[in-house]
Design a protein around this ligand. Structure first.
Ligand code: MIC
Ligand code: SF4
Length: 695
């Protein structure tokens, strides 16, 4: 049988384990990327491993997140990264050069290679046929040191694209449609592979929008083939030599996918699977209302696609724009690693066409990279955007991570970003909808949600069919090259006082005895666990950052989550987190494990834990447990005293472990869902200890 693109790339990179869906494999990593919000810790951990030079083909450090610079912390981090990255053999992209994923695609990505990034949107690289995966900083540090990256050999979800996009319908609508089918839940251990005749019609930035926001599906990554369009893109970036062709074999097969849905809560997804997937089979619901649905592959007909939006509160609350036409809009933000390419911003500039933004709307726009900014500046498009009254934000993450441009309370904000978790914008109870640049720009003009197709017709706005440039403007002067040999040895590292060595984990022992410090519900994101925005500046100072763990739940602020944990720590007791489904969705930030660990959290018990977060918990020696019976979640209360015995045996080889709830006088079972290597890491007291032991 032939191979898919994912299988071809993985077969060239697997160094350990068997290529069987569901089994743990070690993958050789060719390239890594880190950004300043996760990278400072990653480099500190790399230093702690005593690795003098990175061993990858290419490692790049970016500064794109923490650029607001209130106080010295952010600039301290920039200076540390600027000095440590080249010294250890990595490139360093300075602030102002753009968002890591956009710049990496433009300047470094290579089809067929593996990329590991300490940012969950690293799969952007799948737009040019890379297997690009997001992970915690410690995993990336290990990969920089030449270690393999361990993950589950994927089940590959085939997504067939047919036809071509119609005017005012965009790549964003493809990924929103996919989210409306697969949802953000239950896709752990899968990778998405796009195929079909519709692929050829999509330029690389459109493909990258799909793979970027594939992160919201919870899949490990998403991949497009590498074809003539990829070659044209790399050629226009002056990197023709990086291209290789990568297509699925004609007889490659995508396996059947089975998903567990809830008969009542997941009606939309169930209906969409029936409508958009091949060979669907639905099993009768069990007593808990759980329905197993299986299908062949997803089919999206681009000709039939319509403008969509999703929100508020979740990337998979997808609806057609037509449903919300007339809804007042107070703010529009265009940018982020999902939608701020040259084509995206040219479309926006042309659609604005010198018209002034609606008086009730504030429009903000952040170009994805310095290359994009420079190109639209030179061809005059930026002047048109400025003319419209848009506020030009610097080229970086900015409002996407809640650094400024927060919406007013009670106003709707339309954003071309990939995440709209409640409060992420910096406004509590915000109403953020995610849309394409097409929908965003028309709403900015109209002051309300409009269907861009009908609005454009009524207003006489021609569809700006933006061609890919034959040559992008290439200027790598903000990228510092690695240092080697004596130059590397002689280079001094700049360490500001706000950069604090991260704490190390410790082994769990035979018995964990402690109390439930918090009980949270379903879909708790890493933004809930570790707030970003104004607190981002503490990323390189764990003791300080740890004071705001679960800040979103500290309604009274006294005693805070941190205070409750530390009180237990003083009594020699463990802190235990109890959670519902999809715990730890979203970002790769390992601080969502590192800071709780620092506070004394030793166990997380959830209905399900997302991939990157589960790995981060293990890396920092926190035991992730999954309720064997979801109903046990309801029989546990905050404050309950729990005892887990035989922890060391469970970690070594157990499939289940019994937890005794002394307060309620009950016992319940939990699953120990750990891959073999994760068991060894936990036994060692975390990945850092494990790596040191391995030498
Ligand atoms: C995000 O989009 O949430 C971030 C900020 O880019 C994170 C990384 C981080 O928390 O620093 C991510 O996606 O991994
Ligand atoms: Fe930056 Fe937002 Fe992309 Fe994260 S999702 S890397 S915060 S632009």
């Amino acid at each position: 049988m032939g191979q898919t693109v994912v299988q071809k790339i993985l077969s060239q990179h697997i160094v350990d384990g068997e290529s069987q869906p569901g089994s743990e494999v070690g993958i050789r990593i060719d390239q890594t990327l880190t950004q300043d919000a996760t990278g400072t810790t990653a480099f500190l951990l790399l230093e702690a491993m005593d690795i003098p030079q990175v061993k990858t083909d290419l490692s790049v450090s970016y500064v794109d997140h923490n650029m607001a610079q209130f106080g010295p912390e952010n600039h301290n981090d920039h200076l540390y990264l600027q000095s440590i990255a080249p010294k250890l053999g990595a490139y360093h992209s300075r602030p102002g050069n753009g968002i890591c994923h956009q710049v990496h695609l433009e300047r470094f990505g290579v089809p067929g290679k593996t990329l590991l990034g300490s940012d969950s949107h690293t799969p952007t690289g799948g737009g040019i046929g890379m297997v690009a995966i997001g992970a915690g900083g410690l995993d990336v540090a290990v990969a920089m040191g030449g270690g393999a990256f361990y993950t589950t050999y994927p089940r590959i979800i085939g997504v067939e694209l047919r036809g071509s996009l119609q005017p005012w319908v965009a790549a964003k609508d493809i990924i929103l449609r996919l989210l409306s089918i697969l949802s953000t839940k239950g896709n752990v251990g899968c990778m998405v592979e796009y195929f079909g005749e519709g692929v050829a019609s999509l330029p690389v930035p459109a493909r990258a929008t799909c793979t970027n926001m594939g992160a919201e599906l919870g899949v490990t990554t998403s991949v497009f083939p590498s074809d003539a369009t990829t070659r044209q893109f790399l050629d226009a970036q002056g990197r023709a030599e990086a291209w290789t062709e990568l297509q699925a074999d004609a007889d490659a097969q995508y396996p059947r996918i089975t998903k567990a849905l809830h008969a009542e809560r997941d009606v939309m997804y169930l209906e969409n699977i029936k409508q958009f997937c091949t060979n669907v089979e639905v099993a009768p619901p069990d007593d808990d209302g759980r329905v197993d649905v299986s299908f062949g592959h997803v089919v999206i007909d681009l000709d039939q696609l319509e403008p969509l939006l999703t929100g508020p509160g979740s990337p998979d609350a997808v609806t057609s724009v037509g449903e919300l036409v007339g809804m007042q809009v107070g703010q529009v933000a265009i940018g982020s690693c999902t939608n701020s390419s040259y084509q995206d911003l040219m479309l926006v500039a042309n659609a604005l066409g010198g018209r002034t933004v609606h008086p009730n709307v504030e429009l903000g726009l952040a170009p994805g990279s310095r290359q994009v900014m420079n190109m639209i500046a030179r061809n005059g498009a930026l002047a048109d955007i400025v003319q419209s009254g848009a506020r030009i934000l610097e080229s970086g993450c900015g409002p996407c991570i809640g650094l400024g441009f927060s919406p007013a309370e009670g106003t709707v904000s339309l954003r071309t970003f990939n995440r709209n978790f409640v409060g992420r914008s910096g406004t509590t109870n915000d109403m953020v909808y995610l849309v394409s640049p097409e929908v965003a720009v028309m709403a900015a003009l109209a002051g309300e949600v409009v269907d861009p197709r009908t609005y454009a017709e009524a207003e006489g706005i021609a569809y700006p069919d933006i061609a890919e440039p034959d040559a992008f403007l290439i200027d790598d002067s903000l990228i510092q090259s690695p240092l080697y040999g004596d130059d590397a040895k002689a280079a001094t590292v700049v360490r500001g006082s706000t950069i604090v060595k991260p704490p190390a984990g410790e082994a769990l022992g035979a018995t964990v005895s402690g109390n439930v410090v918090i009980k949270v519900g379903d879909k708790i994101t890493t933004d809930h666990i570790m707030p970003a925005g104004a607190f981002l500046k503490y990323r390189s100072n764990v003791p300080e950052y740890a004071t705001v763990v679960f800040d979103a739940f500290n309604e009274e602020h006294e005693p805070t989550f941190a205070d409750r944990c530390l009180a237990l720590k003083e009594q020699g007791k463990a802190a235990i987190i109890v959670a519902g489904d999809s715990y730890g969705q979203g970002s790769s930030r390992e601080h969502a494990a590192l800071c709780p660990m620092y506070l004394g959290v030793r166990v997380v018990i959830a209905k399900a834990i997302e991939r990157i977060h589960q790995a981060n918990l293990v890396n920092f020696a926190i035991l992730p447990l999954v309720f064997a019976h979801d109903g046990d979640y309801d029989r546990i209360q905050p404050g309950d005293a729990l005892v887990v015995e035989g922890v060391d045996e469970a970690i070594a080889s157990g499939e289940t472990v019994t937890v005794r709830n002394g307060t309620q006088g009950v016992e319940f079972e939990c699953k120990v869902q750990l891959a073999p290597r994760q068991r060894t890491i936990l036994a060692a007291g975390g990945l850092l200890q494990y790596t040191k032991q391995q030498g």
